[in-house]
Design a binder for this molecule. Structure first.
Ligand code: HEC
Length: 219
C-alpha cells in the first residue's frame, strides 16, 4: 500500500467517527434531551468556596419569620430542637461516645450549610424554598449560633467568608490504607497470594457501639 493509500485509509477509519461524535452523539432510542431548565433543577451543588451559590441574598431579619414558618416546628424557634428532631444551635462535641451534631460542630463551611438546607429541608418537602429564602434562613441559623451578627446578609460573597467553629476539626486526607494503591492492570499477583496487611479496624474511623468487631454478635 502506498503511503497515500495508507493516509486515505487512516482518514477513512478516523474521520467519520470523530465527526459523528462531535456533531451528533449516539442515540439509543431512550429518553429525551433534557432542557436547560431541567438541568438547572438538578445542578444545585454548592462548593466550599461558594462556587454554585445562586443569585440573590437574604438577611437575618427576614430569616427569623421564615424559620418560624418553615423550620421551627421541628427544630425549635431558636434551633433548640423539638421532640426528637435535631437541635441546630449550641456547641456540642463530636468526640464523645454520643457525638452531638449541631451546626457549630457538624458543618465545616457555611456554604455547605446553605447547600444542605437548599437540597434537603424543609424535611417533608425539600427544595421548595426560593434562593432568597434559603439565604435568609441560613443567615438566621448562623445568627442564633452566634456566628454572624444581627445585620448579616447572606449572599454568594458573604457566606464563604463565615468561618465555622469546627472548620479545623475535620480530617481532610483519607487515612484509610486501601485508598492509596494504584490499581494493578497487568502481571498482577495471583489472588491466592494476596495477604491483607492492615485494615481500617483499630484506627477508630468508625467507632462501634457494640464492642470489638470479632466479638460483636447479631442483636
Ligand atoms: C418535619 C420536620 C422538619 C422540618 C419542618 C425541618 N427539618 Fe431540618 N431536619 C429534620 C430531620 C428529621 C433532620 C435529620 C435528617 C437526617 O439526618 O437525615 C433534619 C436536619 C436538619 C439539619 C442538619 C442538622 C445537623 O446535624 O446539623 C439542618 C441544618 C436542618 N435540618 C435545617 C432545617 C431548616 C433550615 C428547616 C426549614 C427550612 C428545616 N430544617 C425544616 C426535620 C425537619
Amino acid at each position: 500500500m502506498s503511503s497515500l493509500h495508507r493516509l486515505i485509509a487512516a482518514a477513512a477509519m478516523c474521520l467519520p467517527l470523530g465527526v459523528a461524535t462531535a456533531a451528533e452523539p449516539p442515540k439509543y432510542g431512550l429518553g429525551t434531551t433534557p432542557t436547560a431548565a431541567q438541568i438547572a433543577g438538578w445542578d444545585i451543588a454548592v462548593r466550599p468556596d461558594g462556587q454554585g451559590l445562586p443569585d440573590g441574598h437574604g438577611s437575618v431579619k427576614d430569616g427569623d419569620e421564615l424559620f418560624a414558618n418553615n423550620c421551627a416546628a421541628c427544630h425549635g424557634t431558636f434551633g433548640e430542637g423539638a421532640g426528637r428532631y435535631p437541635r441546630l444551635a449550641g456547641e456540642g462535641k463530636l468526640t464523645g461516645d454520643r457525638p452531638e451534631q449541631t451546626v457549630q460542630t457538624y458543618w465545616p463551611f457555611a456554604t455547605t450549610l446553605f447547600d444542605y438546607i437548599n437540597r434537603a429541608m424543609p424535611f417533608p418537602s425539600p427544595h421548595v424554598l426560593p434562593p432568597e429564602q434559603v439565604y435568609a434562613i441560613t443567615a438566621y441559623v448562623l445568627n442564633f449560633n452566634g456566628l454572624v451578627d444581627d445585620n448579616f446578609v447572606a449572599d454568594r460573597n458573604t457566606l464563604p467568608m463565615v468561618k465555622m467553629p469546627n472548620r479545623d476539626g475535620f480530617i481532610w486526607t483519607d487515612p484509610r490504607p486501601d485508598t492509596h494503591d494504584t490499581a494493578c492492570m497487568t502481571n498482577c499477583r495471583a489472588p491466592a497470594d494476596v495477604k491483607v496487611a492492615q485494615t481500617a479496624e483499630g484506627k477508630n474511623l468508625t467507632p462501634r457501639t457494640t464492642g470489638p468487631l470479632d466479638t460483636a454478635l447479631p442483636q
